[in-house]
Design a protein around this ligand. Structure first.
Ligand SMILES: Cc1cc2nc3c(=O)[nH]c(=O)nc-3n(C[C@H](O)[C@H](O)[C@H](O)COP(=O)(O)OP(=O)(O)OC[C@H]3O[C@@H](n4cnc5c(N)ncnc54)[C@H](O)[C@@H]3O)c2cc1C
Length: 403
């Protein structure tokens, strides 16, 4: 992609000075970018579709704690307080984002959803088409609408007709709708998807009194301890980013054998693809917050991939049919960028931006993306780094244009 990208801009100085940089999305990525711009004397206005900053975090399930350390999850210009502990809770993440906004006096406009970006008529700057027919002109735009934007449910055959056995209204929910185990007490639940979210929800259900918990696994995940002898897995993740993929793959195998027990007898063999190769394909390892023990104790049963739904039953890859009371699909999210920027040639075939951080494409100068990678070193850490890089690039472009 390098040859089709550029960090320079053709935007004239007048437009730069007249119009703010718009940041689309008031999550950690957008707030960090707004701060970094402001710190360089550039006016940044955050447009957030919900009524408050940190909307994604407010919706996450109750038990969620960061898998990344407090220190390596802070955004630029404000550490997280020590009292949050090493593994920060969901509520404290929300508190921190609110405090961050207030502390840096960020300019946030809530209740504004940006639906489409187009180049301004004279080719300088960007037109943001937003809620209520608004058209806003920005000298540059930072898109920070989130990697986990649109809950994704596979198009399983029979999905729409699935009701399950007990006749409850919602037998199949996406993990984004899961809050806590309470509605599932005494129930037989199937969790689909063995990423971090699926693994954690399965454990939450077990601890919260579900009668039976099964975890449907299509691709066996790499599992790592959140920390070993006080050394957080994230530190290793940060170091790995500097090493060749093959080398990390080779080192990770023996390390996993030492730190994670063999769960083959319970249906979770060790993966036969390398840990870092999988990360490069978008699958970060599962951090153990109780899954290993729950699987060993038979409290979380591993079953095959879901193939579809038939006669109120779930059909698994081995042909067996099971009849849980509820299915929770931890099957990920789509970026949801097509309507916003799909017409600008900045997305790849999977809907991800072809550039991120300080880079822009030659055809869309001044259009930046943050938060659309899933790095092993922790996304919050990368959002913080990218915010500074983006702000530097915009600052350079303004200086170059004489603004
Ligand atoms: C369950 C879960 C746990 C995670 N745990 C960790 C962790 O431990 N450590 C870590 O480093 N990362 C973690 N992440 C990943 C990542 O850090 C978070 O998802 C983080 O919130 C990403 O920040 P963001 O600003 O890119 O996106 P979001 O937080 O999703 O923010 C995007 C914002 O944009 C708004 N928006 C969307 N579309 C529009 C639009 N068109 N117009 C206006 N506003 C819009 C949304 O309302 C939202 O407020 C986790 C993710 C999930 C899902």
């Amino acid at each position: 992609m390098a040859d089709s990208t550029s960090t320079t801009s053709t935007v004239p100085a007048r437009r730069r000075a007249d119009h703010p940089v718009y940041v689309v999305g008031g999550g950690p990525g957008g707030l960090a970018a707004a701060y970094a711009l402001r710190a360089r004397g550039i006016r940044a206005v955050v447009l957030e579709k919900s009524d408050r900053v940190g909307a994604s975090w407010r919706r996450h399930y109750d038990r969620l704690h960061l898998h990344t350390t407090r220190r390596l999850s802070a955004l630029p210009g404000l550490p997280m307080p020590r009292r949050f502990g090493r593994w920060v809770s969901r509520d404290d993440v929300v508190r921190y984002l609110e405090k961050y906004t207030e502390h840096h006096e960020l300019e946030i406009v809530t209740g504004v959803e940006v639906s489409r970006l187009t180049r301004a008529a004279d080719g300088a700057g960007w037109l943001l088409h937003a809620t209520g027919g608004r058209e806003l002109t920005g000298s540059a735009v930072v898109v920070a609408t989130g990697y986990n934007h649109t809950p994704r449910l596979p198009d399983w055959p029979g999905r729409t007709g699935y009701t399950g056995g007990l006749g409850e209204p919602r037998r199949l929910v996406h993990a984004s709708d899961y809050r806590n185990p309470e509605p599932y007490t005494g129930r037989d639940v199937l969790v689909v998807g063995a990423g971090n979210t699926g693994a954690e929800i399965a454990v939450d259900l077990v601890e919260g009194g579900a009668a039976r918990v099964r975890l449907s696994v299509r691709t066996v995940p790499h599992i790592v301890r959140r920390s070993t002898a006080g050394w957080p897995a994230q530190y290793t993740g940060v170091l790995c980013r500097r090493l060749p993929v093959g080398l990390v793959d080779r080192l990770a195998g023996p390390l996993a054998k030492v730190s994670v027990p063999d769960l083959s007898a319970h249906g979770l063999p060790r993966p036969d693809t390398g840990l870092y190769s999988r990360v490069r394909e978008g699958a970060i390892p599962v951090q153990d917050v109780g899954l290993i023990d729950a699987v060993r104790a038979g409290r979380v049963e591993i079953v095959g991939a879901v193939e579809g739904f038939e006669d109120g039953k779930v059909v698994l890859a081995d042909g067996s049919r099971i009849e849980p009371d509820a299915v929770i699909a931890a099957t990920g999210y789509a970026r949801g960028l097509e309507d916003l920027v799909g017409h600008l040639g900045v997305l790849d075939s999977r809907g991800k931006p072809v550039v991120h951080g300080p880079r822009t494409t030659a055809d869309a100068p001044g259009l930046y993306f943050t938060g659309f990678t899933n790095p092993i070193s922790g996304m919050l850490r990368e959002l913080a780094l990218d915010a500074e890089r983006i702000a530097r690039a915009i600052h350079r472009a303004i200086a170059k244009a004489g603004g």
